[in-house]
Write a protein that binds this ligand. Structure first.
Ligand code: 16G
Ligand code: MG
Length: 549
C-alpha cells in the first residue's frame, strides 16, 4: 500500500507553512503563537497516523495545548501508546516534517521516512485527540483532522479535556482486554476511577477543611466540576478562577506557574483565602499543581512539587514498612536540578534519589527503574509510578497482621488514585488531600517537613541559546568554555550557595537558578550569574538589564 499522494498534496496546500519560521519539537512538543501553528497541526496529524501504523495500529494521542503559557500561544504534542511522551527518536522526524516548504518536499519526506523506519502502510492508524480551552484550539483541531484524513487514520475527538485525561484515555484504549487493563477509556471512567480510589483511601478519616482550587481559568475547572460531586462528603472543593469563556484570562495572574514563579498568592484569591487555610493552583492544561497556605498571620507559604514529593514519599515509605514489604519494594525519588537543596537532603536521608535533566520524559523514565518511583519537578509536574513487579507483589502479598493488611490496602488504592501515564494535577491533588487526611496535617505541619532554601530563577535573553550546553543533569555548563569556572568561583562566596545555567527548552532564553542561605544573598548571586551569562555573549552593555549589574 502506498501513500495517497493526491489527497496528501491537496490537503497540504490548505495548510501553508508561514515563511521564515523554523519549528522545533521541544520538551513539550511544538509551542508558539496559536495563529502560526496551522501547518504544524496538519503535519502532526499525518505523523500521528504514521506512528500508529508503525506500532501496529495502537492508538496514539494528540494533545493541543500550550499549558501554562499565555492564552495567545498554543501547541501540540503526541502521546505514545502507554500514555507516555512520544519516543525521543521521533521528535526529530516531527521537526523535519514541520519545516518542509512544498507539497512535493512533504510527500518525498514522508516517503523516505516510511522507508527508513519501515512503516507498513497497510496497518490501521488510530488516533485520539483533545484540546484545552484556548480560543485558537478549534481551528487547530480542524487542521489536525485534515492531517488525520490525509493519512487515512481512524480518528476520535475527545473535545476539551485536561492533558492527563487524554494520556489516561490513550493508555486505557491500548491496554483494554490485556492483563495491564488500566480503566474505562472515557473521561467518566477517569473521574470514577479516581473518586473511588480516593474514597477507599480516605475511608472514615476526618474530613479536611474545604480546599480552594485555582483553576487558572482553564480546562482544569471542567475536571474539578466533574469530580467534585463524586467525592461525596469526603472533601469539599471550592473552585476559583473558573472564567473559561472569558477572553484573555487563561493563566493570567493565576495558575500553578504564576504561583511558582511569583512565589505569591494569585491576587484573585486574596479575598477568598483566610489565615490558616490551604489552597492549590492548577495550570492551563491541569498537569501541574502548586499548593500553598496562609499562616495565622496571613503570610503566604508555598508548597511546591518538592514539598509534594516529600509528603508523598514519606507516606508511601511508611505504608511499605507498615505492610511488611520493606526490602521487597524499593521507593525511590527522581528530581531535577531545580529541586530545592533542602528537599534533596530530606529525601536522601530516607530513600535513593536521582537527578535527571528537566522535562517529564527524563523523570518518567528514571522513575521506572524503582519499584515505586516518585518523580516531581519543583514546578509541580509529577506523579508516582508503580512498576509491574511491584503491582504483582502488592496483589499477591499475604499480610500477616491486620495492620499489614490495612497498609497494603492503602497501597493498592494509591495505585488506582495516581495517574500512571503522566503527571496529573487533579490526581495529585487528591493524593495530597488523602495524605493530609491520614496524617492529620495542616498546611503548616506539612510545610515543616523541611525548610526551603531561598531561591531565585532569572531569565537571560542571548543571541543564541544553543551555545549553552550542559552536563551532569544540567548542573554544570560545558559550553561556552570557561563559564562554569567563573560560576564556581562566584558561588563559593555564598553560604549554602548553588547555581546552574541551562538553555530553556520552551522559550528563547537561558535560565539561571540560584539558591543560598539568605534571601539577600540568593538575589545577589542570581543576578551576578545572569550578568556573567549576558556578558559572555557580548550582550550590548546599553541593553544590559539593570538588575544584572
Ligand atoms: C515543559 C516540560 C516541563 C519542564 C518545562 C521546562 C513536559 C510535559 N513539560 O513544560 O516538564 O519543566 O518544560 O521548561 O515535559 P524550560 O525548558 O523552558 O525551562
Ligand atoms: Mg501543563
Amino acid at each position: 500500500m502506498a501513500l495517497n499522494v493526491p489527497l496528501l498534496s491537496e490537503l497540504y496546500d490548505k495548510h501553508p507553512k508561514p515563511a521564515h519560521i523554523t519549528f522545533q519539537y521541544g520538551t513539550a512538543g511544538f509551542r508558539t503563537l496559536g495563529d502560526q501553528l496551522d501547518s504544524v497541526l496538519f503535519r502532526m496529524g499525518v505523523l500521528a497516523g504514521l506512528r500508529s501504523k508503525k506500532l501496529d495500529g495502537k492508538t496514539i494521542g494528540v494533545m493541543v495545548t500550550a499549558s501554562h503559557n499565555p492564552e495567545a500561544d498554543n501547541g501540540v504534542k503526541l502521546v505514545d501508546p502507554r500514555g507516555e511522551m512520544l519516543e525521543t527518536s521521533w521528535e526529530s522526524h516531527a521537526t523535519a516534517l514541520a519545516n518542509v516548504n512544498t507539497a512535493t518536499e512533504f510527500v518525498d519526506a514522508l516517503d523516505a521516512f516510511v522507508k527508513a523506519v519501515k512503516i507498513d502502510l497497510s496497518k490501521p492508524a488510530r488516533v485520539v485527540y483533545a484540546r484545552d480551552t484556548r480560543p485558537s484550539g478549534p481551528a487547530l483541531v480542524a487542521a489536525l483532522e485534515d492531517g488525520l484524513k490525509a493519512i487515512g487514520a481512524e480518528a476520535h475527538d475527545e473535545g476539551v479535556q485536561t492533558t492527563p485525561i487524554l494520556h489516561y484515555i490513550v493508555r486505557c484504549l491500548n491496554t483494554k482486554g490485556t492483563k495491564d487493563e488500566y480503566g474505562e477509556p472515557t473521561p467518566d471512567g477517569y473521574y470514577n476511577k479516581l473518586a473511588t480510589a480516593y474514597k477507599k483511601l480516605v475511608g472514615t478519616k476526618t474530613t479536611l477543611q474545604p480546599l480552594v482550587v485555582d483553576c487558572a481559568n482553564g480546562v482544569g475547572f471542567f475536571a474539578i466540576e466533574k469530580i467534585a460531586p463524586l467525592l461525596d462528603s469526603h472533601i469539599k472543593l471550592v473552585p476559583q478562577n473558573v472564567a473559561v469563556d472569558t477572553l484573555g484570562v487563561l493563566n493570567h495572574a493565576c495558575g500553578a506557574d504564576f504561583v511558582k514563579t511569583q512565589q505569591k498568592l494569585p491576587p484573585s484569591l486574596a479575598s477568598v483565602l483566610k489565615p490558616g487555610e490551604r489552597a492549590c493552583s492548577l495550570d492551563g492544561d491541569a498537569d501541574r499543581l502548586m499548593y500553598y497556605y496562609l499562616d495565622e498571620r496571613g503570610q503566604f507559604h508555598m508548597l511546591d512539587g518538592d514539598k509534594i514529593a516529600a509528603l508523598v514519599t514519606a507516606f508511601i515509605s511508611d505504608l511499605v514498612k507498615g505492610s511488611g514489604l520493606e526490602g521487597k519494594i524499593e521507593v525511590g525519588v527522581v528530581q531535577t536540578a531545580y529541586a530545592n537543596g533542602s528537599s534533596t537532603k530530606y529525601m536522601e536521608d530516607r530513600v535513593p534519589v536521582r537527578c535527571v535533566p528537566t522535562g517529564v520524559k527524563h523523570l518518567h523514565h528514571a522513575a521506572e527503574h524503582f519499584s515505586v518511583g516518585v518523580y516531581f519537578e519543583a514546578n509541580g509536574h509529577g506523579t508516582v509510578l508503580f512498576s509491574p513487579s511491584c503491582l504483582e507483589t502488592l496483589r499477591t502479598h499475604e499480610p500477616s497482621t491486620p495492620a499489614h493488611a490495612t497498609s497494603l490496602k492503602h497501597l493498592l488504592s494509591l495505585t488506582e488514585l495516581i495517574n500512571q501515564a503522566v503527571g496529573d494535577a487533579v490526581s495529585d491533588m487528591l493524593l495530597v488531600e488523602a495524605v493530609l487526611a491520614h496524617r492529620s496535617y495542616s498546611g503548616e505541619q506539612w510545610d515543616s517537613l523541611y525548610a526551603d532554601l531561598p531561591n531565585r530563577l532569572v531569565k537571560v535573553s542571548v543571541p543564541n541559546r544553543n551555545v549553552f550546553k550542559t552536563e551532569d543533569a544540567e548542573r554544570r555548563l560545558v559550553s561556552p568554555p570557561g563559564l562554569q569556572t567563573k560560576l564556581d568561583e562566584l558561588v563559593r562566596k555564598y553560604e549554602g550557595g548553588r547555581t546552574f545555567v541551562r538553555p530553556s527548552g520552551t522559550e528563547d532564553v537561558v535560565r539561571v537558578y540560584a539558591e543560598a542561605r539568605s534571601r539577600g544573598h540568593v538575589d545577589e548571586l542570581a543576578f551576578k550569574v545572569a550578568g556573567i551569562v549576558y556578558d559572555s555573549q557580548n550582550g550590548d552593555p546599553a541593553k544590559r538589564p539593570r538588575e544584572f549589574l
